[in-house]
Each structure stands twice: as C-alpha cells, then as structure tokens.
Design a protein around this ligand. Structure first.
Ligand code: 13P
Ligand code: SF4
Length: 377
C-alpha cells in the first residue's frame, strides 16, 4: 500500500503548540472510549503525551490484538505497525496512521517479488521443506502473508530468540546448534540482517553458519555449497538509524565513563552489540534504565527521541546517546501534533482520515504469521 500524504490544511500547519494541544484534548474528550491512541517509543514527546499505551513494536501489536473496545485505533508509529494492528484488530475496528508518509526504510528493503524470487532460488538448491521464512515485524503485510503461507512467523526485537528457536524446531532446553543439525532446518530471515545475525550469535551459532543474501544478485551472490551449509540466510537489509552506531563511539563513551553501561538495540551491527552491557528491544532498554541504581551513567544506541525521554524521565541517572550526531528516525518523526489533531478532529466530524486497510487475502496470511508469533512468545 503506497499513498502519499496530502498537505495538511493551513489551520493545522499554522497553529501554535498550545492550540494544537487544546484541539487534541477536546477531540479526545469528545471521542471518549471510541478511540485509543498507541505510541511507539520513538515518537516525539508532543505525540507521546497523548498515547493511551506506549510500547515497542511487540507490545503495541499485543495491545492491538487484545483491545476490542475502541472503534478507532490511532497508531502513532510507522506503516508496518499500523498494518499489523489492522490485521490483529477485529473487522469493525479501524486503524489510522496520522501521516501516510511514515514508512520504514528498512521495511522497504525487502519486497514480495524479491522474496519470492529468493525462495525459488533457494528451493532449487536445498530441500524447501527444511526452509522456514521469518520476517521481522518491520516488513509489509504482504511479506508477513508470504511467511504465514510458507510455515513461518513474524518476530520482533523482543522475541527474535524464541521465534528462531521455534523455526529451527528446537526442543525446550535443547542446544540450538546440535538441535539445528538434528532437525536439518534453516531460516531465511528478512529484512534486517543485523537482528538475524545478532540473534543467531546469541543462540550459539558461528559466523560460518550464516550467509548474507543479496537480493540484487543471482542466488543471493552465494555459491550453492554456501547456501546448503548455512543455517541462516540473512537478507541484506538494515536500519539506517541503528547502523550509524560504531565501535569507536562505544570506546569513546567507555573512555569518558569507565563505570558506565552501554545499552544497545539489536538492529545495531554485531561489533557494537558485542560491546553492549545490555542488548534488547526498546522496552528492554527502558526497563534497564528504570532499574538502574541512582548515579548510573548509560550510553544508549537507539533512536534519539527515546534516549531524550529516558534522560528527562529519570533525572537520578545519566542517559546519553552513543552517537553525538545522531538523527531521529525520519519516518517516525513525521507523526506530529498537527497530524494527530487533524485525524482526531476528522473522527469528531465523522470522517475517517488515513485509514490503513490490509486487503482480506493478505490479512489472512499475515494473521497466521502474527498469531504464530504471539503464540510462541
Ligand atoms: P522495537 O521492536 O524495539 O519496537 O523496534 C522497532 C523499530 O523500528 C526499531 O527500529
Ligand atoms: Fe525503520 Fe529504523 Fe525507523 Fe525503526 S528506526 S522505523 S527500523 S527506519
């Protein structure tokens, strides 16, 4: 689904922050329990302040699946999250994304055509029965549907380990490396090579068990023998925000704060993840900061709005970004108070603006993959 956001009416563009806050508050009060506002941790404060639930992508998917009361779910996040919410909510609930241009550059790095091509190419070399597709939540509903139809599941940064263990067919408590040999299963993981690699290392696999699949090259740029010997085929995709964090930044932080702690999102490169004291989803990073003893200094490798919010909400500790020049996630940043006010006032006027709808066939496949994930974790 690709639609361009049309410019907002001048009234919203020219409004002051106080006016916008007043309009949002009035619209929300009018709508009452008919609307629920969800906010991903990377959202701006001017948006998060109105969220009925804050969360990482897993938490918000779970929230969307569980809540049945609100007719309208205003999703302050990015397109793939709103699509998942539409798949997981009931047919009479409508999901709204305040700015249609809030996509995700990582999700755009894998499309259905290239994944289908990859699947056929891999199937020409290995027994397709042994191949399990796993897509990161950061992917289109069409890819989730592909995964659902081919026996795979969705994962997020908070449950990738459990989902990959499931994909490999491991018994509870079984050693993953010998378990994967026993089952003979292999995983095609997309679109984020880093989350796939970091999770495979966490499970005890070696770099020789993994190969990067380059969708622009025949057979992903790999020899037949390499495809056959790889337990993990990792799609050549990445997050431009998290890929910026470097080993040098960690070293500079440690030199300045020898007792400091380094908290890293698993979309960062493996070299950076290896140096982290804590590696986890946005929720895991938040929990670490909440539980840190007063006086702790933490350098964080994730999106800057979350880092600033943590710093402001926890004045007894010090929270800084590891990247002095870090940029926000430019697509998350598109959701702002003017867009939120515009969609809420639309609902008050009886007009549903920016509804996100996943067609029935795609939704049916994507629901299988999302519900598998929810059942695994
Ligand atoms: P979380 O799974 O931690 O919410 O991260 C989502 C995301 O887009 C990170 O870039
Ligand atoms: Fe996508 Fe990266 Fe933004 Fe997350 S931070 S929404 S992965 S571009």
């Amino acid at each position: 689904m690709f639609r361009l956001q049309s410019p907002l009416p001048d009234r919203y563009v020219e409004a002051t922050p106080d006016e916008l806050a007043g309009w949002i508050a009035t619209a929300r009060a009018d709508l009452g329990s008919k609307v629920v506002i969800l906010g991903h941790h990377y959202q701006r404060d001017e948006v998060m302040t109105w969220a009925d639930a804050r969360g990482d992508s897993f938490g918000l998917a779970r929230f969307a699946a569980a809540q049945r009361e609100a007719s309208y779910v205003v999703f302050c996040g990015v397109q793939f999250m709103a699509e998942s919410a539409d798949v997981l909510t009931s047919g009479d609930q409508q999901v709204i994304l305040p700015d249609l241009n809030a996509g995700c550059s990582m999700a755009d790095m894998a499309d259905l055509d290239s994944v289908e091509t990859a699947w056929e190419e891999i199937a020409s070399v290995v027994d397709v029965e042994s191949l399990v597709p796993i897509t990161y939540m950061n992917s289109s509903a069409a890819l989730k549907a592909f995964v659902g139809r081919h026996g795979g599941a969705v994962c997020t940064s908070s449950n990738a380990r459990a989902v990959l263990s499931w994909a490999l067919g491991l018994e509870p408590g079984e050693d993953p490396v010998s378990g994967a040999k026993r089952t003979g299963r292999r995983v095609l993981f997309f679109p984020d090579q880093h989350l796939g690699r970091n999770t495979a290392f966490q499970l005890g696999f070696a770099s020789s068990d993994m190969s990067v699949w380059n969708p622009r090259l025949d057979l992903g740029g790999l020899e037949d023998t390499k495809v056959k010997s790889s337990t993990f085929l990792l799609w050549k995709g990445h997050c431009s925000v998290h890929q910026r964090f470097s080993v040098e930044q960690v070293a500079a932080f440690r030199a300045e704060h020898p007792d400091g702690k380094v908290l890293v999102h698993p979309e960062c490169s493996h070299e950076v993840v290896e140096l982290g004291d804590e590696v986890g989803s946005t929720d895991a990073i938040i929990r670490y900061v909440e539980n840190a003893p007063p006086g702790t200094v933490m350098g964080v490798a994730t999106e800057i709005h979350l880092v600033h919010r943590l710093a402001n909400e926890h004045p007894d500790v010090t929270v800084v970004s590891l990247d002095p020049l870090v940029c926000p996630c430019s697509t998350m940043f598109r959701i702002d108070a003017p867009h939120l006010a515009w969609v809420l006032e639309g609902l008050v006027a009886g007009e549903v603006r920016n509804r996100i709808v996943v067609d029935d066939e795609t939704a049916a496949g994507a629901r299988i993959a999302l519900e598998r994930m929810l059942a695994i974790t």
